[in-house]
Design a binder for this molecule. Structure first.
Ligand code: GRF
Length: 206
């Protein structure tokens, strides 16, 4: 069954683009119904415009209270009949009210093999810098559920990426991103096929 996806993104939006392409080529049955960014200059919003996908710049700063901000997000999700949320480089925490309402229907991609290299300060290039500094030979990408605690939701899928001796953080980031672009559509398919079960914060794939 195809899902009506909302993608939240703050940055360049290369994962968003990969998901849109997977949808257009039929690799997934879902479609991106809405893109939301807290950053008006995000590449993700340009990509949404390019593909004629509804998009919104919604930032807490534009609202008097967190409650109003959250209410506006929920209104927009309802308006576009969104039933599944993807975070792809979204730099903000979602309000617990949204997480509760979409329990087990919000997933995120992280550019490392969680639980390694996750948590505070572990975002963007910092993740890859830490991987290189730790002399890891294998890194990768993780798709996980989003709950109220940053980077701690149950892991759904991981893809390994080899760290080459000559790698620096930038070259590693590029290779991991390519893996991410394959992994996100694979994860979406699992949900389309209803193959993901969660019990006690553990994921079972049928
Ligand atoms: C990705 O590396 C993702 O894992 C992380 O943020 C980055 C977003 O990249 N959460 P992009 O905006 O999709 O290019």
């Amino acid at each position: 069954m195809g899902l009506n996806l909302c993608v939240f993104a703050s940055g360049s939006g290369s994962n968003l683009k990969a998901i849109i392409k997977a949808s257009l080529t039929g690799r997934i049955n879902s479609r991106v119904s809405l893109v939301i960014s807290n950053n008006s200059g995000a590449g993700a919003l340009k990509t949404a415009a390019e593909y004629n996908i509804p998009y919104l710049h919604l930032s807490q700063k534009l609202f008097a209270t967190q409650k109003e901000f959250t209410a506006e997000i929920l209104r927009s999700l309802k308006k576009h009949k969104v039933n599944f949320i993807l975070l792809a480089g979204y730099m903000k925490m979602l309000d617990p009210v949204i997480i509760k309402k979409f329990r087990n229907r919000i997933i995120n991609i992280h550019p490392a093999l969680l639980p390694k290299f996750g948590g505070k300060g572990m975002y963007g290039i910092h993740v890859h810098e830490a991987v290189v500094a730790a002399n890891e030979q294998i890194t990768g990408a993780t798709i996980h559920f989003v709950n109220e605690v940053y980077d701690s939701g149950a892991v759904i899928l991981q893809k390994q990426v080899r760290v080459k001796p000559a790698d620096d953080a930038e070259s590693l980031q590029k290779r991991v991103l390519r893996a991410e672009h394959k992994l996100y559509p694979e994860a979406i398919r699992l949900f389309e096929e209803k193959r993901v079960r969660v019990r006690k914060n553990k994921v079972f794939i049928k």
